[in-house]
Design a protein around this ligand. Structure first.
Ligand SMILES: [Zn+2]
Length: 311
């Protein structure tokens, strides 16, 4: 009886030990899954950054860090974050001049635009450059910076005019951001092309899956448009998009759009009329854009300087 009783006790102990081990394993799996889902890594010009900007910013903004004297002596500061970045982002910057182009602009005007850019000593940058070369270096872009974006190429049907327009910029050693509509089916050859220009310094932004006006969609549909297009670009190229270009420029004041964009991993949203200034700690940043003049590219620059007159 005693031995049976002892056995029973041992068995109970074993059950207890197994139960504890099982709980610990489940906890470990759960916590690693949580940490995976809460911090996505993004690639900015070859450097890997945490896309969880709230975490990154808290490590970059000195005011939000606990004073060294307040920290327990055995806590090394380096372990406060997995991706320590020493340079705090700028508190606020003027949005650089930004020009929105579509296929109707065409390669000929693109050539004229490139000439005006050169004559005026402007520097073309992409939104990825805005983050990689300036924001994450603690700087605002210079006054000569010009963001050019080309909207609406689709991986299922890339119109030849897009390639012609992009080719003009390649020949002038200039860069732009391509706003891709990622509706399926996809032609692998187009992704190959998009990868090739990405390698040359062009940036790929999401212009959603279906180019629907986000203000007409419910929360689930907005989630789909923002997340699915993000995933398409991540899956088919080397870099996940940093930027969401709003279809028709609508949604920059919609709480659902802003919240979901941030959750998905976008750092910035490109609007039309909103976003003359962006604040370092307010993600997603909102950037306004200007329109081209279809007659004269000198006039395009005059208009841009008017629209971005906060410089
Ligand atoms: Zn569009």
């Amino acid at each position: 009886m005693r031995s049976r009783g002892k056995f029973k006790i041992i068995n109970k102990d074993r059950q207890l030990v197994i139960l504890v081990l099982l709980s610990l394993t489940v906890l470990a799996i759960f916590s690693s899954a949580c940490s995976l889902s809460s911090s996505r890594e993004i690639n900015i010009n070859g450097e890997t950054k945490s896309a969880d900007l709230s975490e990154s910013l808290s490590t970059m903004t000195p005011t939000t860090q606990p004073a060294v004297a307040d920290l327990p002596t055995e806590t090394p500061i380096a372990t406060l974050t997995s991706t320590p970045t020493k340079i705090p982002p700028p508190k606020r910057c003027n949005t650089p001049m930004s020009l929105m182009l579509h296929s109707d602009f065409g390669a000929e005007r693109m050539e004229a635009l490139a000439g005006v850019i050169e004559e005026n000593n402007l520097i073309t940058i992409t939104y990825r450059d805005l983050y990689g070369e300036y924001f994450f270096q603690g700087e605002c872009p210079p006054k000569e910076a010009l963001l050019v974006s080309l909207d609406d190429p689709k991986p299922n049907d890339l119109l030849p005019v897009f390639r012609d327009m992009i080719q003009v910029f390649i020949e002038h050693d200039m860069v732009l951001t391509v706003g891709v509509i990622t509706r399926e089916p996809h032609d692998p050859e187009v992704w190959e092309y998009l990868n090739a220009i990405q390698e040359q310094g062009f940036d790929l932004a999401s212009h959603t899956v279906n180019h629907a006006d986000l203000l007409t969609l419910d929360e689930d549909e907005i989630q789909f448009e923002l997340e699915e297009s993000y995933t398409h670009i991540c899956d088919h190229t080397e870099e996940c998009p940093l930027i969401l270009i709003l279809p028709m420029g609508n949604g920059s004041e919609d709480d659902d759009v802003l919240r979901i964009a941030k959750e998905v991993g976008y750092l910035g949203i490109v609007s039309v009329s909103k976003g003359e200034i962006y604040f370092g700690d307010s993600i997603p940043h909102i950037f306004k854009r200007g329109f081209p003049d279809m007659e004269s590219q000198d006039e395009t620059l005059v208009n841009l300087r008017l629209v971005f007159q906060n410089w």
